[in-house]
Design a protein around this ligand. Structure first.
Ligand code: 25A
Ligand code: L14
Length: 346
């Protein structure tokens, strides 16, 4: 008999929070009691879960009394303020924000890659950045088989990564274009930055704010988190993160160099075929390759366009696509919780 757990979802009304509820129900997570938490704005409203109506409460420190697992996705500032409060009250926090990811005391986990790290937690476990998760799911089987010595990635990221308001902005701007009206931008590239640019009919080479070295924070997250999850501090990683007018599903063009010489495309494809969480879609004769429109709603990370570099024997190019709100966020969090149940850690 599986223990029934008290689960809290913080940011339950958000882009990721609503997917968390969907996944908890779909995957039959053993929930005894469910608490839906959000900001004061939403307190008193109701949400459906498994055919039952739940009233949303304001997320306060006291709301975490007797909670076993708290899934956070309400932004970094909310996590910084409330995750320690939840952990102090005995809850295990699985946090979707960047607040604690690089804290050496906090495991940063993608179950297909480093599930063993979960057991070192001190009350908080971090869920990595969406673009990082799908990339390491594809890189891990390659690293295991051939070794890995260089990664250069360019992303094509969906607006849903920036939350409900960014999804609304793409819709509103697209309608304005079609109706010949003024296209206004207020959210992207980054909520609260000095300037905003339209995302409809555009591509934005900025996700999150810039850091002193010329890379954005999103790019630095991919660089630092990849090394931490794969336990490869010395691995060279470079990233360029770009927003495209897609609602759901991040795409990535990834260049890698493997350690082993003479690896063929067929061998690389074989290493990826059947790897945990990976589906290979790579049949160019039949125009088969991953696309975000078809990855939406799917659990797996799709890999295609596998090519060997024309001048570098150890170089390969891959095209990697996944649903950023599922494997990139909500699903990965629930998978972490499932591993904890399986391993008797909850
Ligand atoms: O920049 P930050 O702070 O790091 O935040 C990043 C944003 O990214 C999303 C999430 O936005 C977050 O706010 N996010 C977080 N992790 C993510 C990930 N891994 C991620 N996105 C992708 N991948 P969101 O819109 O998806 O969801 C926000 C959720 O957080 C709740 N929340 C906000 N402040 C809170 C809080 N909960 C507790 N305490 C707080 N102080 C938020 O609840 C939502 O669940 P809500 O009640 O604020 O939102 C209900 C509806 O209100 C609308 N709305 C949003 N902002 C405003 C607003 N209405 C009026 N004024 C506003 N300023 C939204 O439409 C929302 O649906
Ligand atoms: O760090 O705007 O998990 O697409 C990932 C999505 C930050 C925002 C994170 C976006 C978020 C990002």
């Amino acid at each position: 008999m599986v223990k029934q757990l008290t689960v809290a979802v913080v940011g339950a009304t958000g882009a990721v929070g609503t997917k968390m509820l969907e996944q908890l129900e779909k995957r039959k997570f053993p929930i005894g009691k469910l608490k839906l938490l959000a900001s004061k704005r939403s307190a008193g409203n109701t949400l459906e879960y498994a055919g039952q109506s739940y009233t949303i409460e304001e997320a306060t420190p006291e709301a975490f009394e007797r909670v076993d697992v708290a899934l956070f996705s309400a932004g970094g500032s909310v996590s910084k303020a409330l995750a320690p409060e939840a952990a102090k009250r005995g809850a295990v926090v699985i946090d979707n924000t960047s607040a604690f990811r690089m804290d050496p005391e906090v495991p940063l986990v993608v179950p297909e890659v480093n599930r063993a790290d979960i057991k070192t937690h001190n009350g908080i476990i971090a869920n990595p950045n969406c673009s990082t998760i799908q990339m390491v799911v594809a890189l891990e089987p390659i690293r295991q088989t051939f070794g890995l010595k260089n990664v250069i990635v360019s992303t094509y990221q969906a607006v849903s990564g920036s939350g409900v308001s960014a999804i609304e902005e793409l819709h509103t701007q697209s309608l304005a274009w079609d109706e010949g009206k003024n296209v206004e931008a207020a959210i992207l590239p980054v909520k609260g930055d000095k300037k905003h640019f339209p995302i409809a009919r555009n591509v934005l080479p900025q996700i999150d704010v810039f850091t002193d070295n010329g890379f954005t924070y999103e790019e630095m997250k991919m660089i630092n988190e990849t090394k931490k999850i794969m336990h490869m501090n010395e691995l060279p990683v470079a990233a360029t993160c770009v927003r495209v007018p897609v609602v759901a599903g991040h795409s990535e063009s990834v260049f890698i160099e493997v350690e082993q010489a003479g690896v063929t495309v067929e061998q690389l494809r074989e290493a990826l075929t059947g790897a945990p969480g990976v589906i290979v879609q790579d049949d160019i004769a039949n125009q088969q390759y991953p696309m975000p429109l078809f990855a939406e709603g799917q659990d797996e990370t799709f890999v295609g366009r596998i090519r060997k570099d024309l001048s570098n024997d150890k170089g390969f190019h891959l095209w990697v696509v996944a649903d950023n709100l599922l494997k990139g966020a909500a699903l990965n969090s629930i998978q972490i919780a499932e591993v904890m149940v399986e391993d008797g850690l909850l």
